[in-house]
Design a protein around this ligand. Sequence first.
Ligand SMILES: *Cc1c(COP(=O)(O)O)cnc(C)c1O
Length: 429
Amino acid sequence: MDRNQQLFEQAKTIIPGGVNSPVRAFGSVGGIPRFINKAQGAYVWDENRNRYIDYVGSWGPAIVGHAHPEVVEAVCQATENGLSFGAPTENEIRIAEEIRNIMPSMEQIRLVSSGTEATMSAIRLARGFTGRDNIIKFEGCYHGHSDSLLVKAGSGLLTFGQPSSAGVPDDFSRHTLVLPYNDVEALQQTFASKGDSIACVIVEPIAGNMNMIPATVEFVQALRTLTEKHGSVLIYDEVMTGFRVALGGAQSIHGIKPDLTTIGKIIGGGMPVAAFGGRADIMACISPLGAVYQAGTLSGNPVCVAAGIKTLEIIQRSDFYTNLNIHTQELSNGLTAIARQANIPFCSRSIGGMFGFYFTPDLPNCFTDMQNSNLILFKAFFHAMLSHGVALAPSAYEACFVSAAHSSDIIADTLGLATEAFTEIARTV
Ligand SMILES: *Cc1c(COP(=O)(O)O)cnc(C)c1O
């Protein structure tokens, strides 16, 4: 047994499934998860001393590259003044101001420690603000693991959701309506029949949890118009897309001003920081100002906030997003060209530093489209790339990420390895 294998066996004796978050267990691709002991720039190293070009990027936060020296220094400096105070600090104001400069729709901001907390709190806030119980989410969108949001579609349109996890009472999930993504008509019908009972609509404006699927212009416009018309709160869940698809997130690309926004991942630069925020009149309902309770012992943690402030500084340097875009496009276009040459049904697209690739003949636009992707080819490609030293997300339903440390040379290396991987899998089909 190699060391990854040994550690996985050991881990399973004490940690359920051997992991602290399910996708890490390689359940949908099979095989042994790599235990990582070091990350630097565009690379990660496993316990067998293998190096991988990393496109997981800690699932999004690592946009400036792993262990960026300036971020590490900011963290080290912050630790010298203490690890946590449970009291307000000046840097919490600085990071909130920085976020608002970048995303002006976030007029007031509250820091939390995970994306799950951010979306859970935003939903509670929307319910408290409107005095309504029902919420709308979309099939294939992931918003963390709070009860209201772990709901999958019912049997047809306009049915109330079913829990997608044991332990979520039906009584909770019946307040969550699940609609197909990018389906304007389903949205219009639901608002026509239930509009005045809907507290909020929560959406991944560029979905990254059913692989990468962008919302259409018509869809986001309908979201904004219908929520406004019916007094429902529009929540853009930009935990993944914020500072990732563009500096100002998907809302800057769409030209849409959501009522509330949730962010996370990148704003902690690898440390646990997330936030929700938006319209000042809505945010005024949060305790201690208002009646909607929300709190956190480690919220606004000084060490984490230091990492966040430095990361936000680095991403605002000149040409950061221009280069990120170019490199991500090089990869996405390159993979498509190579796959086509190998006669493999494959598509890819990218926005900013985020890309999706799909073993489908055409680009998918909703969860149902994604369900038709060829999972056997995905698994074969994933493992071929891994054995050549390229780490992709271990699931066909995840987006991948490029960082500022992924130079053109590293992208070219990746494409060279992908040529071998595609040739290998073409032989097996
Ligand atoms: C990752 C993610 C979350 C959950 O964030 P955690 O920090 O994992 O709790 C919520 N929404 C979206 C869109 C995400 O990508």
